[in-house]
Design a protein around this ligand. Structure first.
Ligand code: SF4
Length: 395
């Protein structure tokens, strides 16, 4: 633009979108292949086409080198350029080392206490990206499945800054990211990852090429909690427990969970099995409930051995596509056997750009084209949700 190029002709910038008139000639970009979706009108008329397109878009959002996506809509064509490739450690450090004020926007100065700010002001983001691929989450559409981690040095510099904040009393409330325990995890052979378009590196099973060692994270936790001025470090971001419960890295898996439970839980460890039904979990792309049961046993054993009074709190979801009243009844019976009274629960709410929302709208699973039960009426949704609270007398 400084050279005088008009704004509307900037069409080769990654991660931007623009429109063309339908009859205008399309300029091929030598760096990108094109992917044509069904037209907007065809998608409105045919849910199968919409579902198929979702699958194609999801593959591109999880590729190292994505295609440019094009869709016709009325008299126009919409172009979505591929995203930037994921950032290196040096680039991540450069971004996080910028001189942030760590303060809310001045616009909020007169607002008094801002709960969201209170929650994050002494927390640290250590990486971007998530390779979990949960069906109801948009993170892979925002940040991609490849993890970009900061260096230890950059993170420790931020720890030093936090210790100098006037209201800091020694407690760092999070050392995390979209998923807390994916720090520094990458494919062992990057060449394989560069060709891979899978939506998850851990579902339905952990990829053989994924280096899922927690060693770098364990070392980081130790360094942060030993840093002068730090009294307590808790992990507020969610963890993917299948990453250390499957026994892929026997040395670091056990040590990671012990470190977490002994030093980094603020009384209650919240984890997200989301459901107990294997068929619902499959549609959610979540691990089998058997891993939660194992986690539950290990958690309370570690607490007992170390004389810690802590609780394991499961996040659960009702009315997700595929979930029936029978599944909800089974869920409450199973959690009751574990003496858990569900409290951290949510009713499924469709979120744009997610597989779950596409199933909710189309009634089919785009990957198998099979029909999926959808609790769409308010009555069924509420009935499913109330099941969680059956232990309460008034329900
Ligand atoms: S090859 Fe494996 S580790 Fe690499 S991106 Fe694909 S699923 Fe993930």
């Amino acid at each position: 633009m400084q050279k005088g190029v008009p704004f509307e002709s900037l069409k080769t910038i990654p991660q931007t979108a623009y429109i063309h008139r339908r009859d205008e000639k399309i300029v091929q970009n030598k760096n990108w292949d094109d992917l044509y979706l069904s037209s907007y009108e065809d998608c409105l008329a045919d849910k199968i086409k919409f579902a198929e397109d979702f699958k194609r878009i999801e593959k591109e959002s999880n590729a190292w080198n994505s295609k440019r996506i094009i869709q016709e809509s009325g008299d126009f064509k919409v172009f979505v350029n591929p995203p930037f490739t994921h950032i290196s450690e040096r680039e991540a450090d450069t971004i996080y080392d910028l001189p942030y004020t760590r303060m809310p926007h001045p616009r909020y100065h007169k607002k008094g206490i801002i709960p969201a700010y209170e929650m994050i002001k002494h927390s640290i983001n250590i990486h971007r990206g998530c390779f979990g691929g949960c069906s109801f989450c948009t993170i892979s559409a925002h940040q991609g499945k490849f993890i970009s981690s900061r260096s230890e040095n950059s993170i420790l510099k931020e720890v030093a800054q936090i210790t100098k904040m006037p209201d800091f009393k020694g407690h760092i409330t999070d050392v995390g990211g979209p998923t807390a325990n994916m720090y520094k995890m990458t494919g062992s052979e990057l060449a394989l990852c560069k060709k891979c378009k899978k939506y998850s590196c851990i579902f339905p099973e952990i990829c053989k090429n994924l280096n899922a060692s927690h060693q770098a994270l364990i070392d980081l936790y130790k360094k942060i909690r030993r840093y002068p001025g730090i009294k307590k470090v808790t992990i507020g971001s969610g963890i993917r427990y299948d990453l250390f419960m499957t026994g892929r890295n026997p040395e670091s898996d056990k040590e990671y969970f012990e470190e977490l439970v002994k030093f980094h839980v603020s009384g209650r460890l919240k984890v997200a099995p989301e459901h107990t039904s294997e068929q619902v979990l499959k549609l959610m792309r979540k691990p089998s409930f058997s891993y939660f049961s194992k986690l539950y046993d290990s958690f309370y054993r570690i607490c007992k051995d170390n004389n810690l009074k802590q609780q394991l709190i499961p996040y659960l979801m009702s009315a997700h596509p595929g979930c029936t009243m029978k599944d909800m009844n089974e869920l409450v019976n199973i959690v009751k056997r574990l003496k858990i009274k569900p409290e951290q629960v949510q009713i499924f709410t469709p979120t744009p750009m997610t597989l779950s929302s596409v199933m909710f709208y189309t009634g089919i699973n785009p990957y198998t084209m099979e029909k999926v039960h959808i609790a769409k009426s308010m009555k069924e949704r509420q009935l499913q949700h109330k099941t969680f609270f059956r232990y309460k007398r008034e329900q």
